[in-house]
Design a protein around this ligand. Structure first.
Ligand SMILES: Nc1ncnc2c1ncn2[C@@H]1O[C@H](COP(=O)(O)OP(=O)(O)OP(=O)(O)O)[C@@H](O)[C@H]1O
Ligand SMILES: [Mg+2]
Length: 268
């Protein structure tokens, strides 16, 4: 069953160029989908349209069988959590704990439940010591951790992560990705918007946007092997695949292999 169905969606900020043009896609219940695309390809715009923060010029969005419109937007937002690309857009409270609580309060969680969940989720993102701090005094990565905790605590059916771990250190990123794996296994539908191919590998399916249009959509393995499409979207091949292509082209002497590995490790 498709939990998200998007048909012929178009949107422009001003009347000039369409930020999204005739986007049609679907996401199955329980699926993990990555949305990839170069800067300005429309990924964040799409996520804002899905949660009804922006209104489409034309086309249709259905969430769990319900068409998104002014009447349904509140119910739909109870089903979708989003971690914004810029964590500053997520913060409204005076303290970190206010911010983790914010989404739960909107969903009318019991006060005692909120208190327990603040603790539980702050711990999951390693921010327990910062609960009384002011959010604006945190580093970018710490803000992202807090934003992630607030959204995870809401326990929505669908979560969109818009480059939500871009400022985290590698260990922090790994631990959040492991947690996303866990919640997805437990049935949460996950959409990750990312430039990191190592993150995209984890998803079931990949959708690539280019200049506001869907240019590729398919199983993760197929898309990650599609060199031309990835190149045309400024996306990187995974390192082992890059290596495979280089080795195919090269003379396979040991020295040559060593040289290629060295060049790759320098990211040249
Ligand atoms: N608030 C805005 N007002 C006007 N134009 C905007 C606004 N936000 C985005 N755009 C334009 O819409 C297009 C899509 O932007 P969007 O932010 O959705 O891209 P993106 O794929 O999320 O990019 P990135 O990888 O940089 O986050 C771009 O051309 C951008 O310049
Ligand atoms: Mg974006």
């Amino acid at each position: 069953m498709n939990i998200i169905e998007i048909k012929d969606l178009s949107f422009s900020y001003q009347d000039e160029i369409d930020a999204l043009s005739n986007v049609t896609l679907s996401v199955k219940k329980g699926e993990w989908v990555s949305i990839l695309g170069h800067n300005g390809s429309g990924k964040s715009t799409l996520s804002k349209l899905i949660i009804g923060l922006l209104k489409a010029d034309s086309g249709e969005i259905k969430v769990d069988g319900v068409i998104l419109n002014e009447e349904s937007v509140h119910d739909i937002r109870r089903k979708i959590g989003i971690v914004f690309q810029n964590p500053d857009n997520q913060f409204v409270g005076v303290t970190v704990e206010d911010d983790i609580a914010f989404g739960m309060e909107n969903l009318c969680f019991e006060q005692s439940d909120i208190i327990d969940k603040i603790k539980e989720y702050a711990e999951k993102v390693s921010m327990s010591e910062y609960l009384k701090k002011e959010p604006h005094a945190l580093s970018g990565g710490q803000k992202q951790r807090v934003a992630i905790a607030g959204i995870l605590a809401m326990k929505t059916d669908i979560i969109i992560f818009d480059e939500a771990t871009s400022m985290l250190d590698p260990k922090g990123r790994e631990s959040i990705m492991n947690y996303i794996k866990e919640i997805n296994k437990a049935g949460v539908t996950v959409i990750t918007i990312t430039h990191d191919m190592k993150e995209a590998v984890l998803s079931d399916r990949i959708i690539i946007l280019k200049e506001g249009r869907v240019i590729a959509c398919g199983d993760t393995n197929d898309i990650l092997n599609d060199k031309e499409t990835l190149n045309s979207s400024n996306l990187e091949l995974l390192l082992p695949l890059k290596l495979q292509y280089l080795l195919d082209e090269a003379n396979l002497s040991n020295d040559k292999v060593k040289d290629i590995l060295w060049q790759l490790s320098l990211n040249k």
